[in-house]
Ligand binder design. Sequence first.
Ligand code: PHE
Length: 336
Amino acid sequence: MLLKINDIKQKALIDINSVKDMAKLDVFRIKYLARKGLVADLFDDLKNIETTERPAIGKSLNELRNIIQTLFDEKKKFIEALTHQQKQILDLTLPGRPKWVGTQHPITRTLEEIKNIFFRMGFSEAFGPEIEDDYHNFEALNFPKDHPARDMQDTFFIDEKILLRTHTSPVQIRVMENHQPPVRIIAPGRVYRNEAVSARSYCLFHQVEGLYVDVGVTFSELKGTLVAFAKQFYGSEIKYRFRPSFFPFTEPSAEMDITCFICKGKGCRICKNTGWLEILGCGMVDPGVYKYVGYDPEKYTGYAFGMGIERITMLRYGIDDIRILFENDIRFLQQF
Ligand code: PHE
């Protein structure tokens, strides 16, 4: 009899573990605690036990019943608490959790717009490495060694020959090294300059480079293309002008200004009261560059241009500190 009692106790301890809901708990109750359950059966058997042994066995039986009852009570409490909790989790009056939706970075947006305008004019896209060598960033672009023009761009050097590109113009060289004319590409990307970080300048920014080389490409085509671009991007009402300039890799070189799209040319803080904004540098590819890439300068002519993305993005979206474009503060980015 004592063996039986112990056996039922062990079984009950195992059974209670698989009870996970009220229905299973009721099955447990009927099996052990009900009027026809295992414990009641044992009590019934008590009458067949010798009277002398009855008190001891009766005591063990009572203990068994108490243990199983406690198992039952505690499990019941546990399941009740759980269902209560689940009911709270399913509170249908709670406001929903908002989904995080990504937005396009303002720089990406500006880049996409610029790219699409040039794609429609037949340009394709080219890329080059951000970690460049001196040869592609300077030498092949006709920057003579020790020429002061190298100092125009405060360069981050990695070692004597390797550096972070200071402009996207080395992509011109890489494209011409690998393709024969006609080439007509734009090259967007990051560039790096070791300038003091402030609201107006940062150690990295973006440029879009353009290059078109073929037989008989002229300066008026350069102007025509850039004017068509500027009118699409800044609006057809803008006025423009080309000022002579200097770049080692273009000859002649120019900078393009447009009437300030903030004050419409009247003069304001942004255009420093001139009414004009400088938007890009450009020029005809210097024949000196062709000798580095193996093009015949007697046969081919071409133009190149390069523009910065940050400033025009800031003007467009009314952003007054360049650094915020690189901090990636979600409160800023979500506004776009
Ligand atoms: N690479 C020049 C710069 O960073 C811009 C430029 C590109 C000028 C192509 C002429 C032709 O200032």
